[in-house]
Design a binder for this molecule. Structure first.
Ligand code: SAM
Length: 235
């Protein structure tokens, strides 16, 4: 089980650039456009961003689609305060979505997360998916976007090293060293898989949910999980 206090402290201290790697408006709008393209919410839809951080993606979505009614939830009170300070008619709540209630009686047409599912282990994701599916209007969708592919971890590390200007030989040596360290880290072992496998993600859903894995053409190291509600997942 995750140490949620540690997760909260980690993100309380995170600056916005660390949350997404890139932190300028064009990147925010690009992420928002990507989310809208994958999730295709209908006009006037009620949508929820799970693990919304400082709300920058919520605001970019609002800018692109003012017709949508947007809410966000995050474990970090510091980030939610920042999100609330930026306003823009978006409703926010602080909650650990795996353990606590949030937006109690509200129902949504779309619940998405962006760069978030990686922080949960398989059991936590299964539990959360059940909660999220129960919060959908009939016909609604849960989409977890940008989930790193665990099998590509080594290549991902090597690419990061190359991007930092290391030589090929040094990048591979560093990549292997980081991968071995991660394999020894109990948090990265099979029980708590921050870097997911497609089959594991599909297994984290009730069996009668229609789900698919989206492999974005612009990425070789991540994928998205898209699940649709059915009569039985709908409370
Ligand atoms: C990498 S950040 C992404 C933030 C945001 N989606 C974005 O793209 O700007 C991951 C976020 O997940 C949140 N988070 C992690 N575990 C959580 C949990 N159990 N409940 C709610 N939020 C959580 C963190 O506080 C952090 O804001």
């Amino acid at each position: 089980m995750a140490d949620w206090n540690q997760v909260e402290r980690h993100f309380d201290q995170a600056d916005a650039a660390m949350l997404r790697g890139e932190n300028h408006l064009s990147a925010d709008l690009r992420y928002a456009a990507y989310i809208l393209q994958v999730c295709s919410p209908k006009s006037g839809a009620e949508i929820l961003d799970v693990g919304c951080g400082d709300g920058v993606v919520c605001r970019a979505i609002k800018q692109l689609r003012p017709d949508l009614s947007i809410s966000g939830v995050d474990i970090s009170s510091v980030l939610i305060e920042k999100a609330q300070a930026a306003g823009e008619g978006i409703a926010y709540q602080v909650a650990n979505v795996v353990e606590q209630e949030f937006f109690l009686s509200a129902r949504f047409d779309l619940i998405f997360s962006f760069s978030f599912a990686r922080y949960l282990d398989a059991d936590e994701l299964t539990k959360l998916n059940r909660t999220l599916l129960s919060k959908l209007h009939l016909g609604g969708k849960v989409c977890h976007l940008s989930i790193p592919d665990r099998r590509k971890w080594l290549l991902y590390c090597v690419c990061n090293q190359l991007n930092q200007g290391r030589s090929q030989a040094r990048a591979w040596a560093m990549g292997v060293a980081i991968t071995l360290a991660k394999l020894r880290d109990p948090k990265m072992s099979d029980g708590i898989s921050r870097w997911h496998r497609a089959a594991r993600l599909l297994a984290a859903l009730p069996p009668d949910v229609r789900a698919r894995i989206n492999r974005p053409s612009d990425s070789w190291y991540r994928f998205d999980l898209i699940a649709e509600s059915s009569e039985s997942t709908h409370e």
